[in-house]
Design a protein around this ligand. Structure first.
Ligand SMILES: [Fe+2]
Length: 593
C-alpha cells in the first residue's frame, strides 16, 4: 500500500510511505531551488515516485495536510468575533509595514498551483485552499503529467494531527505526550495538546488563533525587520545578544491561563484584524517604530526585544508542557510544528519540566506535515508504524553523476581510500570542507549528508565561515556535530539530539576549547551523531577526535546564504566554486582549491 503525503504551504513537500515505511521525503525547494517554495510540490512528488520506481497509478491514498472546510468555519467565526477590526481584510494593503496581500480577484483567477502568501487565510488565499482540496485529484494528475487510471483516494487530514503524527508515529514510544504548535492550523488551532497511545492520538486540548505562539513570534519577527514565517531562527539567534530591558513589557503580550492554556493580549497586535504579521499602534507607541528590513547591524534595543520575546516564548512553553505532563502523567514528550524549531525552548522543555525524554523529527515545521499526513493515513489503513531511518530520506545520486559534475566543472579530483579520514585531516588542518554524501536529510538543518564542516577549535572559524562561505548575519551561531557518547563532556546535557533541535549550555570549562560553536550566551545547538544514525559521518568525527582530542566538528548547511541546501552533485560543485570553501568531499571523491 502506497500513501503519498502532500503539503503546500510555506515549505511545500511530498512524502511517500509504503506499507508504513518511509520511502522518500522531498521538499519542493530542494528541487525547484526556490527557498521556502510554497507552490504545489509537483517536482517533489515526481522525485518521490521516481525514488520508489512507481507512477501515480500505483498510489493507493493521497493524504493532504489541510482541511479547508474547517478553515472556512473558523475564518467566518473569527471574522464576526473580531468585527469591526476584521473589515481591514477587504483593503488590499491593510498595513503600515509588511507586504501586500493577494486580492480576491487574483485568487479566483489562479490555477490552484500557485503559492499562497505568508499571511493568514482571512482573504482570498482561503478560497484558493478550498478549491485545491476539492480538485486535488485533478490538480495532482495535471501537475505530474499523469495520464491514464489513478485509483487513489484523497484524504484531507487535520493540520495539527499531521504535525502530531509526524512526531509521535516516528518516535520509538507507544505512549507519549504530544505538543504541536505553529501559527495556525486548518480549524484555527495553533497549539494542540494530545497523548499518543499505541497507534492512536487522543485530543486533550486546543488553543485557537488569534491566540498563537507562532503568530506571536512571527509578528515580532516582522517588527524586528526580518521575514515572518522564515526568519524566526535568526531572531532566536539574535536573542542571545539581548539584555532583559524589555522583558517585563514583552511579558504583557501573553497571559498564562489555567489548564495549560494561554492567550495573547490582542491590544498589542493587528494580525487578528488584518491577517498580516503586524503589531498594533499601541505596540509601536511602547516599543518604537519597526526596524526596517536591512542587513545593517541590529541596534541593541531590537536585540533586547528579541530577548524578551524568546524568554516569554520559553515561559509560555514551560507552562503548557508542565500542565500537560501533570495532566497525562507521561514522562515522554514529542513535539512538532514551526514553533518546535525553537531549539532553545526545546532544551528547556527537556531540562526544566518533569518530562524525562524528548523526541522531534527533523522536518518539524510545515514541510513535515506531508510526512505526518501520509503516516496518519497509512496507520489508519492498517499499516504498522515506521521503524527505519527517518532522517536521511531524500534524493540520492550515484558516483557516475558525482564524477560528471566534477569533470563538467573542469576540476581535478581523486578517489580517496578513506574519505572520512581525508576530510577529518583537512578540517584539523583548518580547512573548510564541503561534505556531500548519500541521501539528503529531511528538514531545514544539515545533519551530516549535505554539510559544510570546519574546526570548532578555531577562534576565527566563525568569522571565516561567514566571510568566505555563508555570507550571513554575524549574530547567527554555528552548530556542532558531536559524537553522541561524548556529548556530556561538553554540554549541560548529553541527551541524544540527532536532528539538532535541542540547545544546551556549553560547559563553562570547555567554552575556550570550542569557541566556534559556543554562542554569545554560552549555548550550542547540539547535534549528536551515533554510528547507528550515520556511520560514515560518525567515523569522520571519530577520526577528527583521534587527531585533535575534540569529538565534534562545526556543521553548517551546504548552501550559500538564502539558497536552499544543495541537492544534486552539480549543485554541490557549483556552491563549492562560488564560495571560498577550501575542499570538497563529494561521495568518495576529493578535490581542493
Ligand atoms: Fe503547521
Amino acid at each position: 500500500m502506497y500513501v503519498l503525503g502532500i503539503n503546500q504551504h510555506h515549505d511545500s513537500a511530498a512524502a511517500l510511505v509504503r506499507d508504513g515505511e518511509i520511502v522518500a521525503f522531498v521538499e519542493e525547494e530542494r528541487v525547484s531551488r526556490v527557498k521556502h517554495d510554497g507552490t504545489f510540490p509537483a517536482r517533489a512528488v515526481r522525485q518521490c515516485l521516481a525514488i520508489a520506481g512507481i507512477t501515480l497509478a500505483e498510489v493507493d491514498h493521497v493524504a493532504y495536510f489541510w482541511q479547508a472546510r474547517r478553515e472556512v468555519v473558523h475564518a467566518l467565526r473569527h471574522f464576526v468575533t473580531h468585527l469591526p477590526a476584521t473589515l481591514a481584510v477587504f483593503r488590499n494593503d491593510a498595513g503600515t509595514y509588511g507586504g501586500r496581500s493577494a486580492g480576491l480577484g487574483a485568487t479566483l483567477r489562479s490555477d490552484g498551483l500557485q503559492s499562497h502568501s505568508d499571511d493568514y487565510h482571512v482573504g482570498g488565499a482561503l478560497l484558493l485552499h478550498l478549491r485545491r482540496s476539492y480538485m486535488l485529484k485533478k490538480i495532482l494528475c495535471d501537475a505530474v503529467g499523469h495520464v491514464g487510471p489513478a485509483r487513489f483516494r484523497v484524504h484531507l487530514v487535520d493540520h495539527h494531527l499531521c504535525h502530531a503524527a509526524s512526531a509521535y508515529l516516528l518516535s520509538p514510544w507507544d505512549h507519549a505526550a504530544i505538543i504541536t504548535w505553529d501559527g495556525i492550523g486548518s480549524d484555527g488551532t495553533s497549539t494542540y495538546l494530545a497523548v499518543g497511545e499505541g497507534d492512536r492520538i487522543r485530543d486533550i486540548r486546543r488553543v485557537r488563533f488569534p491566540h498563537s505562539l507562532g503568530a506571536l513570534y512571527a509578528c515580532v519577527t516582522s517588527y524586528l525587520g526580518f521575514h515572518p514565517t522564515r526568519d524566526e531562527g535568526k531572531v532566536m539567534g539574535l536573542a542571545a545578544y539581548g539584555e532583559p530591558t524589555q522583558l517585563a513589557a514583552m511579558r504583557e503580550l501573553v497571559r498564562l491561563l489555567p489548564d495549560g492554556r494561554y492567550e495573547l493580549d490582542l491590544s498589542w497586535f493587528r494580525h487578528h484584524a488584518t491577517g498580516k504579521h503586524q503589531m498594533s499602534a499601541q505596540f509601536l507607541d511602547r516599543f518604537g517604530p519597526p526596524r526596517p528590513r536591512t542587513r545593517d547591524a541590529v541596534p541593541q534595543h531590537y536585540a533586547d526585544i528579541a530577548y524578551g520575546l524568546q524568554v516569554r516564548l520559553e515561559e509560555v512553553g514551560l507552562h503548557v508542557a508542565r500542565w500537560l505532563q501533570q495532566h497525562t502523567g507521561q514522562t515522554r514528550l514529542v513535539t512538532a510544528g514551526g514553533v518546535a524549531l525553537n531549539s532553545v525552548m526545546n532544551g528547556r522543555l527537556l531540562l526544566e519540566t518533569p518530562f524525562e525524554e524528548f523526541f522531534a523529527q527533523p522536518a518539524a515545521a510545515d514541510d513535515g506535515s506531508a510526512l505526518g499526513a501520509a503516516l496518519r493515513v497509512a496507520t489508519d489503513h492498517g499499516a504498522p508504524r515506521p521503524t527505519g531511518n527517518y532522517i536521511f530520506i531524500g534524493p540520492e545520486y550515484g558516483e557516475a553523476e558525482m564524477e560528471k559534475a566534477l569533470a563538467d566543472a573542469g576540476l581535478t579530483y581523486a578517489r580517496s581510500a578513506d574519505i572520512a579520514d581525508t576530510t577529518a585531516q583537512a578540517i584539523a588542518d583548518g580547512k573548510i570542507v564541503g561534505w556531500y554524501q548519500g541521501r539528503m536529510e529531511a528538514g531545514p538543518r544539515a545533519l551530516g549528508n549535505r554539510s559544510i564542516l570546519a574546526d570548532p577549535r578555531g577562534k576565527d572559524t566563525k568569522d571565516r565561515l561567514n566571510a568566505k562561505v555563508k555570507h550571513r548575519e554575524s549574530f547567527r551561531p554555528f552548530a556542532p556535530s558531536c559524537l553522541a557518547d561524548r556529548a556530556a563532556e561538553y554540554f549541560a546535557s548529553g541527551y541524544p539530539s540527532p536532528v539538532m533541535l535541542l540547545v544546551f549550555d556549553v560547559l563553562e570549562h570547555q567554552r575556550e576549547r570550542v569557541p566556534a560553536i559556543t554562542h554569545a550566551d554560552g549555548t550550542a545547538r547540539v547535534q549528536t551523531v551515533s554510528a547507528a544514525d550515520n556511520p560514515l559521518y560518525h567515523r569522520l568525527i571519530t577520526r577528527f577526535d583521534e587527531i585533535t582530542g575534540v569529538p565534534m566538528v562545526v556543521n553548517t548547511s551546504f548552501n550559500d546564504n538564502e539558497e536552499p541546501i544543495v541537492c544534486t552533485p552539480a549543485e554541490a560543485v557549483n556552491c563549492y566554486l562560488r564560495t571560498d570553501m577550501d575542499a570538497l568531499a563529494l561521495g568518495p571523491f576529493w578535490t581542493q582549491k
